[in-house]
Design a protein around this ligand. Sequence first.
Ligand code: 2HG
Ligand code: ZN
Length: 476
Amino acid sequence: MPDTAAPAAALLAQLADIVGPAGLLTDPADTAPYAEDWRRLYHGRTGAVVRPASTAQLAAVVAACAAARVALVPQGGNTSMVGGAVPAEDGSELVLSLSRMNRVRAVDAVDQTLTIEAGATLKAAQDAAEAAGCLLPLSIGSEGTAQVGGILSTNAGGNNTVRYGNARDLVLGLEVVLPDGQVWNGLRRLRKDNTGYCLRQLFVGAEGTLGVIAAAVLKLVPRPAQSEVALCAVASPEAALALFTRFHRHDPASVNAFEYMSGLGMDFVLKHIPGAVLPLAARAEHYALIDLATPRPGADLRAMLEAVLEAALEAGEMADAVVAESAAQRAAIWRLREEHSEAQKREGASIKNDVSVPVSRVPELIRRATAACEALLPGIRVVPFGHMGDGNIHFNLEQPVDMAASAFLARDHAIMDTVCAVVRDLDGSFSAEHGVGKLKPYMMPDWRGGAELALMRAIKRAIDPAGLMNPGKVLP
Ligand code: 2HG
Ligand code: ZN
């Protein structure tokens, strides 16, 4: 196919001048990995991947592309679940990779802040915090690959939301390159700063549609002195919720994570993930993972965990439990949870629903959405799991064993709509932590229509009037 949408040679030459030879990829063999998502749901094309190494270079790149009216797709670790970082199929958009902007600019153990560039991985950010004796309390399965800019642009949640909130709650300041190439330096590290509209929160969760996050000041917390992890077999989602409530009432400040997993999801992990072993005596239909942590050196967290588990056992909320005895066992239990996405991928085609409901309604969500999906497509395999403690369940569906993957995936909207009808009825959201991306803008008018969508469009027009920042994402 002739590449009519290819970027002009003059623009490419200008970009090469700005970022140097190492900063510009144009060979299709080099750009291809940046043009599709890791789930391989979207296959875009791009004439170039631009990789600036500093905010000054980034600003010059954005300004040059704005002058040439060429659209940009900011990309971090490319771990989006919703195609949020994939360029369009027509090859007209350039990918802006932040990976070379990965420096730690400052860590302050008194202020408990980390100033870091967008292209650093979340793991590198966690390590920088740890080296200063602090903790960056954000943890997601893809943290070795996902980058700070992407985490903030999607307002990632992850495992510790129940204790520390989402990415949004950890941002004190931002440096942003606006769609015309101006740099907004909002890298303040103040805990109080009431000076008009909170601009940084506009860019958090905007999925790159309003500008490019170049660097951020993140909040840190004291490192835990003790942590404990337990895996429990529970009889039902209701029992899992009762267990969560018991722990949370006992000491909300120590509940770092409370995760739910279904029996089938665990079966997939045990089947597909090398070395995965169930540390309980028998398989269960439902599991809960509890992660407790405290910075208080004198607190006897283990005694507290065992006392609460014993009370839960007596109350019938839990059938069996194993408490990790070492850091290696804690990691092994967490691995059973973290490998759910990979195991589902290896089992076959899956359709993801990253949804949230009020915490109290999670069991009802699991029951009703399961029944609705099984009625829609007999043989469908329901694999709900996730962050029960904050109400975010990944209500994922695996293809029926006797159905072709393509036929199953062709039903994606019908299946998503079936789950979302239940979510809506329970006052939930169709996108909890993965964002809207390219997968879900069609849902926006229905869920966020009226004044809400009109306001979002007005903000988009005001900040990116030419529509050059990550087109086709978030807004329909
Ligand atoms: C997780 O919680 C991620 O593991 C991925 O958000 C969820 O694969 C998924 O659907
Ligand atoms: Zn998740």
